[in-house]
Ligand binder design. Structure first.
Ligand SMILES: *Cc1c(COP(=O)(O)O)cnc(C)c1O
Length: 374
């Protein structure tokens, strides 16, 4: 066990060989088509449709604007059931659309929305459910579908973490009314900044394309109030090149996850989420849930002590969104005990394709050493 010479962060953005990106740049230089549904953008849109096995997909400049636009275009009013165990984006997008978030607890198996607790929160004002597939683990999509049907609710998935995930060969983006994928630099697959909306209802295509381009239908016709959320050719070019590497990246991350899991499994007090049969996972993150009593050390102490060895983990997701300064005290938080517990006790360990086996084993040794010495 030794201190790392250079800091190891929770992730490292994937970049392809520079020559491959340069080839795409030459195309842009020749066409002078920099943005607004260019040929590279359109090629990526259709390739992603194929890769994610979905019927419809629309590219956006980032994931947050996908979520924001989807909630807007579905014309929702009233209350939305969601979870606070997520990135700021999910809660912000709901509130910025003048919807009231009603926070549901998460389950202790994979930290997604607890489907047993959704129905208790439904009122006559409820219009939608916004569940989050966290860390790459899919929500209980079939149970959510059942509840949504029964109460006639829309389902908008925050699928930022589940690019490439499949359930029994069905792309995860097929579930619910719409799903938002993020292709931000820190995600498992990136277009520098980028987002993708996937959905089943074809009628949304033209609405969404207009919406992300100021509501402009043609040069003399602006039909509705829209925003600017278009993806540029430079982002799409990165996406096209990176798409050639995504399977390899996921494979490498799978090996890293297995290595972490097999080496941590004998430690009483560390819980890791297991792979599920029938699921193609993407290994976006590697969270460990710490039982402070059994382990004899708190998540926060472990987090800080790891930094002495140049290992920089993240406390995803801490704090819960309901604890943000801008939201604190505004929402009902009394039935969120799992969400608070997980938020206070999880640590996400470094994971990215280029992370070498030697480094992973060293991180594991450091964790064991810190626990032993405590
Ligand atoms: C990254 C992320 C987003 C936002 O995506 P951007 O592309 O960064 O705008 C939303 N929700 C979750 C859970 C995320 O991790």
């Amino acid at each position: 066990m030794k201190k790392f010479k250079n800091p190891i962060y929770v992730t490292k953005s994937f970049l392809p060989p520079i020559e491959e990106y340069y080839e795409k740049l030459k195309i842009i230089w020749n066409s002078r088509w920099l943005t607004n549904n260019g040929p590279i953008h359109n090629e990526l849109e259709s390739k992603l449709r194929e890769y994610l096995k979905v019927k419809n997909s629309i590219l956006f400049t980032n994931g947050h604007l996908v979520l924001y636009s989807a909630l807007n275009i579905l014309n929702l009013k009233g209350e939305v059931i969601t979870t606070p165990f997520t990135f700021a984006s999910t809660t912000h997008a709901i509130i910025e659309n003048n919807l009231k978030p009603v926070f549901c607890d998460i389950n202790m198996e994979n930290f997604t929305i607890d489907t047993n607790k959704i129905e208790d929160l439904i009122t006559e004002r409820t219009c939608a459910i916004v569940p989050v597939h966290v860390y790459g683990y899919p929500c209980n999509v079939y149970e959510i579908e059942e509840i949504a049907k029964k109460y006639n609710l829309k389902v908008i998935y925050d699928a930022a973490h589940v690019f490439g995930v499949e359930l029994n060969n069905i792309g995860i983006g097929n579930f619910g009314d719409v799903s938002m994928f993020s292709m931000h630099a820190t995600k498992v697959y990136n277009t520098i900044e980028g987002g993708l909306l996937t959905f089943n209802n074809k009628e949304l295509i033209s609405k969404l394309n207009d919406y992300k381009n100021f509501g402009i239908v043609n040069s003399e016709k602006v039909e509705s109030i829209g925003i600017n959320a278009k993806m540029s050719e430079f982002q799409a070019a990165m996406g096209l090149v990176n798409l050639n590497y995504i399977e390899k990246e996921i494979e490498k991350r799978k090996n890293i996850s297995n290595l972490y899991r097999s080496n941590l499994k004998d430690i009483d007090g560390i819980y890791t989420v297991q792979d599920k049969p029938g699921v193609k996972h993407n290994y976006s993150y590697f969270p460990i849930l710490i039982n402070e009593e059994k382990l004899g050390i708190s998540r926060d102490s472990l987090y800080i002590k790891l930094q002495d060895y140049n290992v920089f983990c993240r406390k995803y997701f801490y704090p819960l969104t309901v604890e943000f300064d801008c939201y604190k005290g505004r929402y009902d938080t009394k039935n969120l005990s799992n969400a608070y517990y997980v938020s206070n006790n999880t640590l996400t360990l470094p994971i990215y394709g280029d992370l070498e086996e030697e480094s992973i084993l060293n991180i594991i040794d450091i964790i064991k050493y810190i626990i032993r010495c405590n």
